[in-house]
Design a protein around this ligand. Structure first.
Ligand code: NAP
Length: 217
């Protein structure tokens, strides 16, 4: 029975991954979320017959919570893990519509937002990978997938002149580099670390955008 851990499974893309992957009852699917009971209610409401879904609680910025989550995952799977999908992430609203030069006019807010993006999207995922790689090494498929963004692709930014989402993109570039470093270390042990971009998906981030902001986007 292939096993999956999906972070950020409470909503958006993570919820959809949980839904799709658990539709095959042979898959054991573990969603990591910040509010367990809330997501369990949602699961009960939509897929009450899917006994292959498990919900584990962890804020990925909380290292101790990740250690606890790892133990819970190991107890569910019997010790190994086939796929880790690092989907949880912060999508900044602060940088969504303005270029970096405009963001810099609010230096403190910019620093705060970049620090938050970095903490969640980069540092927390590094902790996640370090803690969960021993389980992946015991799994059969050995795949770690980071949900990153084409916004961080250094060839695309100048080609298309993408001015917006600078802070988010910087953090995703950091994530991509971390993934490459994990790959460099663990490829020889058969682990595939990979960053992918899901494309642009409407998950409600721009619900309160003005018409002008949407045009820009
Ligand atoms: N949507 C797009 O167009 C798009 C495009 C490219 C890449 N991506 C990437 O795809 C991933 C999912 O995007 P999305 O649009 O589904 O985002 P979303 O709707 O904002 O969902 C983000 C998820 O991450 C979780 N999360 C955030 N901070 C967390 C933390 N500290 N600890 C644990 N979980 C945390 C959220 O949990 P809570 O419910 O507890 O807040 C939520 O489940 C992100 O990494 C994003 O950067 C999205």
């Amino acid at each position: 029975m292939p096993s999956y851990v999906i972070t950020g499974a409470s909503r958006g893309l993570g919820w959809k991954f949980l839904r799709q992957i658990s539709s095959d009852l042979n898959n054991t699917v573990i969603g990591l979320v910040r509010r367990k009971s809330e997501t369990e209610e949602k699961v009960k409401g939509e897929f009450h017959d899917r006994t292959n879904i498990h919900i584990v609680e962890a804020d990925i910025t909380d290292y101790a919570a990740l250690i606890q989550a790892k133990a819970e995952v190991a107890a569910i799977t019997g010790g190994g893990l086939d796929y880790l999908i690092a989907n949880a992430g912060v999508v900044s609203r602060f940088d969504a519509y303005d270029p970096i030069g405009v963001l810099g006019q609010q230096p403190e807010a910019m620093e705060e937002d970049l620090t938050k993006c970095f903490k969640v999207n980069v540092i927390s995922n590094i902790h996640l990978f370090n803690l969960f790689t021993p389980l992946i090494l015991k799994g059969e498929m050995k795949k770690v997938i980071a949900i990153s963004s084409g916004q961080a692709a250094l060839n695309i930014i100048p080609q298309l002149g993408i001015e917006v989402a600078a802070l988010y993109s910087i953090s995703k570039a950091g994530l991509n580099t971390a993934v490459a470093k994990f790959s460099a270390q663990y490829a020889k042990e058969g682990v595939l670390y990979m960053s992918i971009c899901p494309g642009m998906v409407e998950t409600g981030h721009f619900a309160d955008a003005t018409e002008e902001q949407m045009d820009g986007l």
